[in-house]
Design a protein around this ligand. Structure first.
Ligand code: ATP
Ligand code: FE
Length: 356
């Protein structure tokens, strides 16, 4: 199977061609055009600007992906497109583009849940066996999932407020560091003492896998102001120590909640127990190291796909399309309803008219 994947649910316009292999998949091409500079002046993604930019860029990105892969449209087996969740204007742009291509070429069309794309990535890169445990930790999401099949996800818990990536970004803003905040805070933290400030580790006293990160920024703001009042400005070392303390708190919460998720997951007696991480925050060195140590201790394989496949891309959409087709889902066009919200554990197959 060789599929074209199309992704436009946030601020990246992406297209990719992926071929199914014996184990995992082969990425023949993967193009990602970021709109970040278009939105930079507004301090966040502007939906109308995003939708228009997707509509302008989709054709060319698709053309480039096909050319780079050396595959003609007619040689594909199907087209997969993100049909939710996301900013609805962007999702509609992608779905319209995919529908046009499918109608013109007579190819089947598969609607893919963007989060399923992220969650199935370790199967594309490492051929991970079902069921595996997934920690999806990005700018907009933070959740534990047991992935038992391409359309079978059990959510064990997740953040009840901010996502960790968002917390990294806010921390960077509060400390005058550049965006995206994650890499900047990580670099500062490497120079700092993580034990000087002890930031809250919310919900650790409660059972389950739910997490909270919004209180962290309030604590950080208070500590920053105390430092500034004392020194008449933010000293370099204070900033580094604040970053280290913040990162340590996030890592501690993710590790402790992962421990609980692992216990729940191991109750399923998986043949090849594995924890996979995905999302931008999975790029963080100290966070990865803690999860790796936890896996070593509990006998799990730890998998972290390369960063370009952790953040938004279309290779994961093409791959999820391959998995969906293999599972025997009928790729009918009426499945293709663009959905702004689409919880993973409601089933990865799009349902008509349900905007849950
Ligand atoms: P989503 O995919 O959930 O809709 P998104 O597209 O914003 O959200 P990603 O692109 O997966 O998320 O990740 C971006 C986030 O990852 C940003 O918040 C960024 O600060 C964070 N991030 C990137 N690198 C690091 C790092 N080294 N440490 C911590 N966070 C990081
Ligand atoms: Fe994403």
């Amino acid at each position: 199977l060789t599929l074209l994947g199309i992704e436009s649910s946030c601020d990246d316009t992406a297209a990719a061609v992926v071929r199914a292999g014996a184990q995992g998949g082969e990425i023949l091409s993967s193009r990602v055009v970021s709109q970040a500079d278009l939105h930079a002046a507004f301090g966040g993604v502007v939906p109308e600007i995003a939708a228009r930019a997707h509509a302008e860029k989709l054709d060319i990105v698709v053309e480039q992906a096909l050319a780079e892969a050396g595959v003609a449209l007619g040689a594909l087996d199907a087209i997969a497109v993100t049909s939710g969740p996301g900013l609805i204007g962007g999702v509609i742009s992608g779905v319209m583009c995919a529908r046009g291509l499918a109608l013109g070429s007579g190819l089947p069309l598969v609607g893919v849940n963007h989060l399923a794309g992220h969650a199935l990535t370790p199967r594309l890169t490492d051929g991970l066996e079902f069921p595996y445990l997934m920690l999806l930790v990005s700018g907009g999401h933070c959740q534990f999932l047991i992935v038992s099949g391409p359309d079978d996800f059990t959510r064990l818990g997740g953040t009840i407020d901010d996502a960790p990536g968002e917390a990294f970004d806010k921390t960077a803003r509060l400390l005058g560091l550049p965006q995206p905040g994650g890499p900047a805070v990580e670099a500062e933290a490497a120079q700092g003492d993580g034990t000087r400030f002890r930031f809250p580790r919310p919900l650790l006293d409660r059972p389950g896998c739910d997490m909270s990160f919004s209180g962290l920024k309030t604590a950080l703001l208070r500590a920053r102001d105390a430092c500034m009042a004392e020194a008449g400005g933010l000293r370099r070392q204070d900033r580094a120590d604040l970053c280290a303390g913040f990162q340590d708190a996030v890592a501690a919460v993710l590790a402790e909640k992962s421990r609980r998720a692992i216990t729940a997951y191991l109750a399923l007696a998986p043949a090849a127990p594995a924890l996979a991480v995905a999302g931008g925050v999975a790029a963080n060195g100290p966070i990865r190291a803690r999860l790796q140590a936890l896996c070593d201790e509990t006998g799990l394989t730890f998998t972290a796909p390369p960063l370009r496949l952790c953040t938004d891309n279309a290779a994961m959409i093409a791959w999820a399309g391959i998995e969906t087709l293999r599972a025997g889902v009928d790729p009918t066009p009426e499945q293709l309803v663009a959905r702004p919200r689409w919880p993973l554990d409601s089933g990865a197959t799009p349902m008509l008219g349900s905007g849950k």
